[in-house]
Design a protein around this ligand. Structure first.
Ligand code: F6R
Ligand code: MG
Ligand code: MG
Length: 369
């Protein structure tokens, strides 16, 4: 299963995507399905991100599948350019395709698995945020018994899960096992700007989840829009139930992103029709598309946050948005300095560097006695 996404042009501004891109992407993937290159597909959007969900038998990081996604994004970019949509082609950082979309701008999450007797899967897609946004929900889904009753009740889950944590600044990763190592795990993944969860396996090896971890600013070396991550989670029968997987999103936790990718704000769970962030280019949104997979066919999507049970989360997100907005350009609404490194902050520092003079306000004074 491959979920590959890119922002190839916003409508209007960065708030949503235009129907013509949707239709073009569907047409392209339909041809591919008819030719037997992919088994099935589903095209959707979250905010200004075009999301391609595909099933096939070619494995992960396959050049034909990534090539198909790339060609689809290029074609949609051409349409976006004709309509002068905003930021047309913004996530395509390279001119030509080479092997996979890795390091080229689009984000992706892929998982190879043998279909179980019944295979319920949820694809989470977010806009106006970045990969660390999944850390908290993934922890709750797979390691918190107050969220997931199955960790206590279901013998198949009782042993716990193994988390792969990526250190995106040092380009290295570590496997941590729960419940034994939850305190170590939390020390890292609580720092969402540096440590990002990549995937989760059950201890018998079965893969349960995978997330996209591409950071555009790290790839491009400057601010080029947010990464707007996606994630695939398999559910039920010895894995967390659909309801346990959705449950963490009833709390709209703070994530980085929002306006200019430079602010913390609440992640609001919404139906796809409401995934069009407009207020201060946000607040950040997440949608959940549920599928039953049948011989590779995608039966769905069920729009899982289209449920009044998430109304309170949305209300809370609006209250938190109000509260955070009142801070204006101050932290912790605005991101910390380290994250601002990829914006105009270094330029301002450079310009004002020579106007700084030495201050001894906080220097340890040697005792004179
Ligand atoms: C956030 C985002 C927007 C833009 C903002 C300014 O991910 O994409 O908040 O950063 O609308 O956009 P420009 O600089 O293109 O005018
Ligand atoms: Mg955009
Ligand atoms: Mg986006």
């Amino acid at each position: 299963m491959s979920v590959i996404k890119a922002d190839v042009g916003g409508y209007v501004g960065h708030s949503s995507i235009h129907m013509d891109l949707y239709d073009a992407a569907r047409e392209m993937l339909e041809i591919s399905k008819q030719k037997g290159e992919i088994i099935d597909y589903h095209v959707t959007h979250c905010g200004d991100d075009l999301e391609l969900i595909m099933t096939h038998q070619k494995g992960i990081e396959n050049s034909e599948i990534h090539g198909l996604a790339w060609d689809t994004f290029v074609m949609c970019t051409n349409i976006a350019k004709k309509l002068k949509l905003y930021g047309a082609g913004q996530d395509l950082l390279k001119d030509s395709f080479s092997g996979t979309v890795k390091g080229m701008g689009p984000g992706f999450a892929e998982m190879e698995f043998e279909e179980r007797r019944s295979e319920p899967v949820i694809i989470f897609m977010a806009d106006k945020t970045s990969p660390g946004a999944w850390n908290l929900p993934l922890y709750k889904i797979f390691a918190d018994p107050f969220n997931t009753a199955g960790l206590v009740i279901d013998p198949a889950m009782h042993e716990g899960f193994v988390f792969e944590v990526l250190d995106i600044r040092k380009n290295r990763k570590i496997l941590l096992s729960t419940p034994e190592e939850i305190y170590d795990l939390l020390m890292f993944i609580g720092a969402t700007g540096q440590f990002v969860l990549k995937n989760v396996h059950r201890k018998d090896g079965l893969q349960a989840a995978v997330a996209s971890t591409q950071k555009l600013s790290l790839i491009a070396g400057k601010y080029v829009g947010k990464d707007d991550p996606v994630m695939i989670v398999r559910c039920q029968s010895g894995l967390p139930a659909v309801g346990e997987v959705l449950e963490p999103f009833a709390f709209p936790h703070l994530v980085e992103g929002w306006m200019r990718g430079s602010h913390n704000g609440p992640l609001m769970p919404v139906a796809t029709r409401e995934a069009n962030p407009s207020r201060f280019d946000g607040p950040p949104r997440v949608i959940a598309a549920g599928f039953q997979i049948a011989e590779g066919r995608l039966i769905g999507a069920r729009d899982l946050f289209d449920d009044p049970a998430f109304d309170e989360a949305r209300k809370k997100a609006n209250q938190v948005a109000d509260y955070m907005r009142r801070h204006g350009p101050f932290e912790p609404h605005r991101l910390g300095l380290e994250e601002m490194e990829y914006t105009t902050m270094p330029l301002i520092m450079k310009r004002l560097e020579e106007r700084f003079f030495v201050s001894e306000e906080n220097v340890l004074v040697e005792s004179k006695a």
